[in-house]
Ligand binder design. Structure first.
Ligand code: HEM
Length: 421
């Protein structure tokens, strides 16, 4: 059965990640050829070592032909290729990455960290005042972009529009192109208004940047803005809501974190391993090569399934257990090699801050209903997470429900259960 499962069937992701499918594939080998019902042909990499090899060997596996699988033809030209960091190989990549890296200096990340505490505190306070709500739409989805809005040059009134546009751009339907277009049109207008004015925000930084001694082109600036804003807003929100769900599903682990028996830093890494919002990263082979004993031909698309690699028992002891003190934790959630997430330090600060704010509160959150998933094979995570506020004295579990379901929608025996108020 697993040999025929269509990894680009959105319904496969309707209840979270299909770990059973990936595990069965991995038992047969780390690399599998796939043809999706919609026509997309690619190699699916489900093993950690082979995945790391693909992500780090840019001379063989290029990013310039796209980094996300397409439903039909992975060999078609990719818009934006060679003009934004994520779709570029060296030497241009080195220049573009250096240009944006100035936004993520340790000082800048520290400043954003202070803002993150304020934003997380006030979003959670509002949620508590209402007695609960949807943690995704009311907290997690808004949190990263609200913290980064000023740096990204987005005034507060535009935040909902940008969130909507970036959300569309990580859907697997035709919506993706429309979403990217919306973000780029927004930045093109901003670029027109800003010409000649430097400044510490994203556009100002890119206007002042030099690559190979020359200014960036307008197209490179706008595409790089799209790269950053989509990365900054969507994945981090999914990691935040997925982290809360993981903690609600594992009350003993959360209690250990609350009591200081495990450190926040290792907890953040484990929650990143667990949530893995970028489902896969694609590369294209530029020459014939061997990958874990499989011959890959020049021009073939190769997709590393990140969440699958993150559960590889050859690298992670007890891969299906949430161990907040796991160390080392070489997950691939933030990528590997030269394209390793530029926002990594910031993501860690955002998640750590949110965890601290969630954990120190005098009232805690409990699930108020089943979580809903995005159900996409591009950037997956929770669409909704209904929570209710439980005053500290009532925190003890009173009843337990099974909230995980199999791909057929039936509850799976032996899956984690959560306390409900
Ligand atoms: C939990 C949240 C995040 C996750 C899971 C994540 C994941 C990733 C991954 C997997 C890559 C590698 C892409 C590839 O190899 O093709 C990447 C690259 C990148 N990320 Fe993140 N990211 C997150 C948050 C952020 C944030 C907050 C920013 C900040 C603006 C950001 C900016 C970038 C940029 C600019 C790149 C491209 C780097 C390059 O190509 O050199 N990311 N991210």
């Amino acid at each position: 059965m697993p040999s025929t499962v269509d990894l680009l069937d959105s319904s496969l992701y309707a209840y979270g990640y299909p770990y059973e499918v990936w595990r069965t594939m991995r038992e047969a080998g780390p690399v599998h050829h796939r043809v999706a019902r919609t026509g997309s042909r690619f190699w699916a990499v489900v093993g950690h070592e082979a995945g790391r090899q693909v992500l780090t060997d840019w001379k063989v596996f290029t990013s310039t032909r796209g980094t996300t699988l397409r439903a039909d033809d992975n060999s078609a030209p990719y818009p934006g290729a060679g003009k934004m960091p994520v779709l570029t190989d060296p030497p241009r990549h080195t220049d573009l990455r250096r240009a944006v890296a100035r936004l993520f200096t340790p000082k800048a990340v520290r400043q954003l960290g202070a803002l993150a505490r304020e934003v997380a505190g006030s979003l959670l306070a509002e949620l508590r005042e209402r007695g609960g709500g949807d943690f995704v739409t009311e907290v997690a989805a808004r949190f990263p972009l609200l913290v980064q809005a000023e740096m990204l040059g987005i005034p507060p009134e535009d935040v909902p529009m940008v969130l909507h546009a970036t959300g569309r751009s990580v859907e697997d339907a035709d919506d993706a192109a429309a979403g990217h277009h919306e973000v780029m049109t927004y930045y093109l207008k901003a670029l027109g208004a800003r010409r000649g004015q430097a400044g510490p925000d994203l556009i100002g930084t890119l206007l002042a940047a030099r690559a190979g001694g020359l200014p960036l082109s307008d197209e490179e600036i706008v595409l790089t803005c799209d790269n950053i804003v989509v990365a900054a807003s969507q994945t981090a929100g999914h990691a935040a809501s997925g982290s809360l769900l993981a903690l609600l599903e594992h009350p003993a682990a959360w209690e250990a974190l609350r009591a200081g028996r495990v450190g926040a830093d290792t907890a953040v890494e484990e929650l990143l391993r667990w949530t893995a919002p970028a489902t896969h990263l694609m590369r294209t082979a530029v020459c014939d090569t061997d990958l874990a004993g499989t011959t890959i031909r020049a021009g073939d698309a190769v997709a590393v399934w990140i969440a699958a690699a993150n559960r590889d028992g050859a690298v992670f002891a007890r891969p299906d257990a949430l161990l907040l003190d796991r160390r080392p934790n070489p997950h691939l959630t933030l990528g590997a090699g030269m394209h390793f997430c530029l926002g990594a330090a910031l993501v860690r600060v955002l998640l750590r801050t949110l965890l601290e704010e969630l954990t120190r509160a005098d009232a805690s959150l409990a699930l108020a209903g089943p979580p809903g998933w995005q159900s996409t094979w591009v950037v997956n995570g929770l669409r909704s997470l209904p929570v209710t506020v439980v005053p500290a004295e009532k925190r003890a579990p009173r009843r337990t429900v099974v909230i995980h379901h199999g791909l057929d929608g039936a509850a799976r025996p032996g899956t984690p259960s959560v306390p409900l108020p």
